[in-house]
Design a protein around this ligand. Structure first.
Ligand code: NAD
Length: 328
């Protein structure tokens, strides 16, 4: 298949690009490099450098495409609370521009990067796809809104869609050539690694008074390469989908921030310096996937646990102190 990957120069998108190519697909990337890295684009893959909302860039990127993997977007929970307008603009309005351009070009398949943030505060754990969706931050709400658009477009017969609700991605490509470089970095595993490597004063734990066994937030961490593999499976499943199907992508096991800190300490061979700060607005106490639907319908299963994920993330961060270097 010829696949357009929006946001393919970013963290998860670049791993998916590699996985698609390794599975024999022909890939084009549309990315404005606002948060992505040219160095993450493999030789031989066309990069259309442009904005998701730019009709001309979309037209060039979609030429001849059979399907789209849509990663491009904004993803900071904290930023979304401060600036909801940007989140709806990029994650919804510009997403609509993509869908309308797909219609105009006769491209009828899309796999969308959604998030566990669509669920809000869990009423049961682990969370399956039918769990109530009541996002507590604009980021999650913008992603849920776009899922609804996909459902309506697919019911109208305009496209076939899969929404993949990722839990927390971490780790690097097994060959060490791709990894996580967000700026600013907000994810706990890379921050804890930087703290133990002495590259930041220490890790701030946002809240120790949640209703969890050790008081810190619990998340479900999934290795980025396994996540990338799920996209290739989802692409194959799009055609046999009814309407828009959503799948959780997680391992089914949750770890607290304290447990993550301990895992980073084990891999580094020394404790992570950490201090407790106030809660961060928009953070649910725990998010853990029930991964059964992805296993049954996509044939997707994870194999890597927290220590393997942290080990992979540690290698990339230790060996790439400046990530990919300056953006662009
Ligand atoms: N990282 C996670 O743990 C996680 C968890 C759940 C969901 N997600 C979702 O996965 C997707 C990818 O996340 P990531 O961690 O790889 O983020 P990332 O910031 O590394 O990648 C996003 C990419 O999109 C590009 N982009 C952003 N706005 C654009 C625009 N208007 N036009 C063109 N390109 C644009 C950026 O330059 C970047 O390369 C996002 O949609 C995010 O919401 C990520």
């Amino acid at each position: 298949m010829k696949v357009l990957v929006t946001g393919g120069a970013g963290y998860i998108g670049s791993h998916a690009v590699r996985e698609l190519r390794d599975s024999g697909h022909d890939v084009t990337i549309l990315d404005d490099l606002s948060a992505g890295h040219r160095a993450a684009v493999p030789a031989g893959v066309t990069l259309v450098e442009g904005d998701l909302g730019d009709a001309d860039a979309l037209s060039r990127a979609l030429a001849g495409a059979d399907a789209v993997l849509h990663f491009a977007g904004l993803l900071s929970v904290g930023q979304s609370v401060k600036d909801p307008a940007s989140y709806y603009h990029v994650n919804v309005s510009k997403g609509l521009a993509l869908l309308n351009a797909m219609r105009a070009h006769g491209v009828g398949r899309i796999v969308f990067s959604s998030t566990c943030a669509v669920y809000g505060v869990p009423v049961r754990v682990p969370m399956d796809e039918e769990h109530p969706k009541d996002p507590i931050n604009p980021y999650g709400a913008s992603k849920l809104t776009f899922e609804r658009v996909l459902l309506d477009y697919s019911r109208a017969g305009w496209l076939r869609a899969v929404a993949l609700r990722y839990f927390n991605a971490a780790g690097c490509h097994p060959d060490g050539s791709l990894g996580e470089h967000h700026d600013p970095e907000e994810h706990v595993i890379p921050l804890a690694i930087d703290a133990v490597l002495g590259r930041r004063p220490g890790l701030t734990i946002y809240g120790e008074d949640y209703e969890t066994p050790d008081g810190t937030c619990i998340r479900d961490y999934i290795h980025v390469q396994e996540l990338a593999r799920a996209h290739v499976l989802a692409l194959a499943a799009v055609d046999r989908n009814e309407a828009c199907q959503a799948y959780n992508l997680g391992t089914g096991t949750g770890y607290s921030v304290r447990q993550v800190i301990d895992a980073v300490g084990r891999v580094a061979g020394q404790p992570v310096p950490a201090q407790v700060g106030p809660r961060r607005p928009g953070d649910p106490p725990q998010l853990v996937a029930a991964p059964a639907k992805a296993k049954q319908r996509l044939g997707f299963e994870t194999t890597m646990g927290l220590d393997a994920i942290v080990d992979s993330a540690f290698r990339w961060r230790r060996d790439h102190p400046a990530g990919y270097g300056r953006r662009g």
